[in-house]
Write a new protein. Structure first.
Length: 208
């Protein structure tokens, strides 16, 4: 069993490091989420709290600060770290799939994730008015983070935002549901040793 994963992604635009510790939530987990935006850090807190995974984030933004790139690149890096954990622990029964419901006051969101080497992201919010911005963070950028996660994780991610009026609550419900689903995907089930999330199993390619 491998509890710790560390992934660093570097481009000419950014450098991101994500470290995961699935052995439990550290008492100082908040201090490990070093992002550029307090509200974004707060959303990552919800993932950590609901999943039980200690998440450590480091960003080097000295040379590049375009918001879209920051959120997309961190999403990709976080997704890659989660994918690595799932496949590194397949022999010990890493489940690889999970779902969850996140609620707070008037807001409610549903999330399901499956790590099957298929990058697909579907986020629906046709029942609510998604705010353009909450606490100086664009909703577009939070969506970009989740889409980037799918790219890095090669997973299928579905999120349905069912209810919500307050922007802060809407996004808290989303990231709570995401954290619950992720925690269930990380769960080690002895009855699922060497089994993948889908019946197709691990994907391999032969290139000649």
């Amino acid at each position: 069993m491998k509890n710790n994963v560390s992934v660093t992604r570097k481009t000419s635009e950014s450098a991101m490091t994500v470290r995961l510790d699935a052995s439990g939530l550290a008492t100082d987990y908040r201090t490990k989420l070093k992002t550029h935006a307090p509200f974004f850090s707060h959303m990552l807190e919800h993932i950590a709290w609901r999943s039980g995974i200690t998440i450590e984030i480091e960003m080097n933004l000295a040379d590049f600060t375009l918001q879209h790139v920051i959120y997309e690149d961190l999403g990709i890096t976080f997704g890659k770290a989660c994918r690595t954990y799932i496949w590194d622990n397949k022999a010990d029964g890493a489940t690889g799939y999970g779902d969850g419901i996140g609620i707070i006051d008037e807001a409610k969101a549903l999330c399901a994730v499956s790590f099957e080497e298929r990058a697909y992201c579907d986020i629906t919010y046709d029942k609510i008015q998604l705010p353009a911005e909450t606490e100086n963070v664009l909703s577009e950028d939070l969506l970009t983070f989740l889409e980037g996660f799918c790219q890095g994780a090669l997973c299928t991610l579905h999120i349905d935002i069912e209810k919500g009026v307050n922007g802060h609550h809407i996004w808290e419900a989303v990231f709570r549901s995401f954290g619950i689903a992720l925690g269930r995907a990380f769960y080690l089930d002895p009855s699922r040793k060497n089994l993948s999330a889908g019946v197709a199993g691990a994907v391999t390619f032969t290139i000649e």
